[in-house]
Ligand binder design. Structure first.
Ligand code: NAP
Length: 248
């Protein structure tokens, strides 16, 4: 995969677009959902906790941005029918889909492989790898029908560079790079549809607090600092660019 760096110029870049943000209830996903709405998108807010999604919904509506939709689904338990129902729900309620930000993730406290269980591995692989694949597949007819569509996969530093103690999280996040390469090749017939992988780097969020409990928060970037780059890759400026690995 090519490694590139890019930022959006801003403005109402996402006007009239429908964007699905997974894990929109907190952290980086919350910031992305609010940012995309502020730039004109109708956002499909996905997550597990409806209470958290309602809080994001309220903030978007209060700001006068397009009315979002709340679509809860537990990615760890979901099967093909659930992903298809989610895509159907977007089609019925919002009429179209122009992008997916695959942001939701199940983090893991770093620990040696010898202590891991298969149950932990399956949970990490289901949420962090299987769900981005299956959700993309279910939404493909909607994305292929859009005039300009973007799929953005969110990886992590230990995806492209696996390291001790990061186990199945690292493996799932690394496999997203392969997933993007395969989708890119298989979607060559649809040049209006692109798929790219972003690596945010260390950001202050609930997940970061769990995986790095002793870390000094003051030096960490806030989720909002990523949004110019996220906007570029989910919006029209990245048209024609697919299969990239982007370090934010
Ligand atoms: N923060 C960082 O430093 C950092 C660095 C590199 C990469 N990233 C990546 O950036 C993304 C966002 O990170 P973050 O730090 O903002 O994470 P976060 O605060 O833990 O938020 C993760 C989101 O994923 C959702 N989620 C988790 N398990 C789910 C499940 N089974 N079904 C449905 N939704 C589920 C959560 O929804 P609920 O709250 O509703 O459960 C939550 O909204 C992740 O892909 C992460 O790997 C983050």
């Amino acid at each position: 995969m090519a490694r590139v760096m890019t930022e959006a110029k801003g403005g109402g870049a996402l006007r009239d677009r429908v964007i699905l943000v997974t894990g929109a209830g907190q952290g980086i996903g919350r910031a992305a959902a609010i940012c995309f709405a502020q730039h004109g998108a109708t956002v499909a807010l996905h997550g597990r906790s409806v209470i958290k999604l309602e809080s994001v919904y309220d903030e978007i509506v209060a700001a006068g941005a397009p009315q979002p939709a709340i679509i809860p689904l537990d990615l760890e338990k979901a099967g093909d029918r659930d992903f298809e129902n989610l895509a159907d729900s977007i089609h019925t309620r919002l009429g179209r889909l122009d992008g997916i930000l695959h942001n939701a993730a199940l983090g893991a406290i770093p620990s040696p492989l010898r202590t891991h269980t298969t149950a932990q591995w399956l949970s990490l692989l289901r949420v962090n790898l299987v769900a981005p694949f299956a959700l993309t597949r279910a939404c493909l007819p909607l994305l292929e029908a859009a005039p300009d569509a973007a799929i953005v996969l969110i990886s992590e530093t230990h995806g492209p560079a696996p390291a001790a103690f990061w186990g199945a999280f690292s493996i799932a996040k690394g496999a997203l790079l392969s997933l993007a390469t395969i989708w890119t090749q298989e979607l060559e017939h649809a040049p209006q549809l692109r798929i790219n992988v972003l690596v945010p780097g260390p950001v202050n969020s609930p997940q970061r607090s769990r995986t790095h409990p002793g870390e000094e928060k003051a030096g960490l970037r806030m989720p909002e600092s990523l949004m110019s780059t996220y906007l570029y890759w989910i919006g029209p400026e990245s048209r024609g660019q697919s299969g990239n690995l982007v370090q934010c």
